[in-house]
Design a protein around this ligand. Structure first.
Ligand SMILES: *Cc1c(COP(=O)(O)O)cnc(C)c1O
Length: 475
């Protein structure tokens, strides 16, 4: 008897829907018009022009009824708000870091920390710097160096912890440069730039030992710490029966502090913090905070936002939520893999990353295969995604560690926002583009911004569509 093909099912949602927001799908002609106006950069689109928005999982979560109720508890006192106390005690309880400094989002936390610790001429190692982290290291006059394990750059390797730091390279860096050239080390959990891949506790422990032996502090970029903990629970020997919060504490115990964008695993639309064990540093961070963000009991946020973060941080660490969350990512990945579409493996925590280099092997890197694919996914189905490759990081090498950037397209899944049917629609859109991939051309960058160029660059097709549009001097 022939075996029935195994059905690919979306995960069961651990919630029901209380509020809905209408979305609309423009027709093809309007999408084409929008693309031209946007200079083929999807950051320039109006959200009204997007049907399914997988640009980012950052600040795009649906808040729970408990979070919305918490917002009503806003105590908008300038100093000493009760919401700050709840926020501070929650972060302390989850991380064990005694000093908690609220910021309006993750990059503000990076700004404060790196402007104080990273000095001109120094080096900041990381598994892989996220784009804003890298920008803040450079802005401080220091050099960001990426030290991820070699498997991190191999889309086919099924290494369970592709976010891990290459310890031999870390050793060499510390030995050759000397600790005085390395003011701090960072590790990003999960490694967003490298496909949302987790870092193991074993690796973090080894990094922590080395960095501390050199007398330097270790800071975590903990945006997706709960997703990282979930993947540790699944994959790392000895951790399978533990709670997410227990695993979290084991992680944080190895570090001296962290920066966090609460827009990720904090399940809020805005917010972040920097936390540390270093009391003297905390004092200096607060002085900077007052100049750039606000008083230390609100840090650039409405106090009600801090209350929503406090509730969201706990919800984001709920095992049933994470099972559904990562289940959605795997559901989309399974639908694509069934069609033979090349994706970065194993599937990480917050999205599916298409391997654009193999999706469009006929488009050379100089013509931005990732960006070309992003454009086609929008053209095909109104799906907005983001390039994580030669546009975002093409100007980063070799200073970021020498390895060539991966050429990826990230389909980031907002938390608690889209249904299984939405994800199936996305899979159908990617499949339709996959089937006509040989007809897809590259793009060139016609406006090149000096830094964080993916946000504002403009592009044009390499081969203009025929017939060319009427213009000056043309019939
Ligand atoms: C989003 C993100 C940041 C920056 O946070 P913002 O809230 O967007 O400023 C830093 N690091 C990582 C890994 C991120 O994903």
């Amino acid at each position: 008897m022939a075996e029935a093909p195994e059905e690919i099912r979306p995960p069961d949602e651990p919630f029901r829907i209380k509020v809905v927001e209408a979305i609309e799908r423009l027709d093809r002609a309007h999408r084409e018009e929008a693309l031209q106006r946007a200079g083929l950069n999807l950051f320039n689109l109006s959200s009204r022009e997007v049907y399914i928005d997988l640009l980012t999982d950052s600040g795009t979560a649906a808040m729970s009824d408990h979070q919305w109720a918490a917002m009503m508890l806003g105590d908008e006192s300038y100093a000493g708000s009760r919401n700050f106390e709840h926020f501070e005690s929650t972060v302390r309880e989850l991380t064990g870091f005694p000093h908690v400094i609220p910021t309006h989002q993750g990059r503000a936390a990076e700004h404060l920390l790196l402007s104080l610790l990273a000095r001109p001429g120094t080096i900041v190692p990381n598994n892989m710097h996220f784009d804003t982290t890298r920008a803040h290291v450079l802005r401080a006059g220091a050099r960001p160096v990426n030290l991820a394990v070699p498997e991190a750059y191999d889309p086919d390797s099924d290494h369970p912890f592709k976010g891990n730091v290459d310890l031999a390279r870390l050793d060499r860096l510390l030995r050759e440069q000397g600790p005085e050239k390395v003011p701090l080390a960072m590790v990003t959990i999960t490694n967003n730039t490298g496909g949302g891949q987790p870092v193991s506790i074993e690796n973090l422990r080894a990094v922590s030992e080395r960095v501390h032996a050199a007398g330097r502090p270790l800071y975590l970029d903990m945006c997706r710490w709960a997703e990282n903990a979930y993947l540790i629970r699944e994959r790392e020997p000895g951790w399978s029966g533990r709670s997410i919060r227990e695993i979290g504490r084991a992680i944080f115990d190895l570090a001296d502090g962290a920066t966090m964008s609460a827009k990720k695993d904090g399940l809020v639309n805005i917010g972040g913090f920097v936390a540390t064990r270093d009391e003297a540093l905390a004092g200096r961070l607060k002085e900077e905070l007052i100049v750039y963000e606000g008083f230390p009991t609100y840090g650039g946020l409405a106090r009600r936002d801090l209350e929503a973060v406090a509730v969201g941080l706990r919800e984001g660490a709920d095992l049933e939520f994470l099972r559904y969350r990562i289940g959605q990512v795997r559901y989309l990945a399974d639908l694509l893999v069934r069609e033979g579409i090349p994706i970065f493996r194993p599937v990480g925590g917050h999205g599916v990353y298409l391997d654009a280099a193999r999706f469009l092997p006929h488009v050379p890197v100089s013509e931005y295969p990732g960006q070309s694919l992003v454009v086609e996914l929008y053209r095909e189905g109104g799906v907005r995604t983001v390039e994580v490759g030669s546009v975002m990081f093409g100007d980063a090498e070799p200073e970021a560690g020498g390895a060539p950037p991966l050429e990826l397209v990230r389909l980031a899944i907002p938390r608690r926002v889209y249904t299984g049917a939405h994800l199936r629609y996305v899979a159908d859109t990617v499949t339709a583009v996959w089937r006509r991939r040989s007809e897809i051309h590259g793009v060139r960058m016609v406006q090149v911004p000096p830094r964080l160029r993916h946000f504002t660059a403009r592009f044009a097709p390499v081969e203009p569509p025929i017939p060319a549009r009427a213009g000056p001097g043309r019939p």
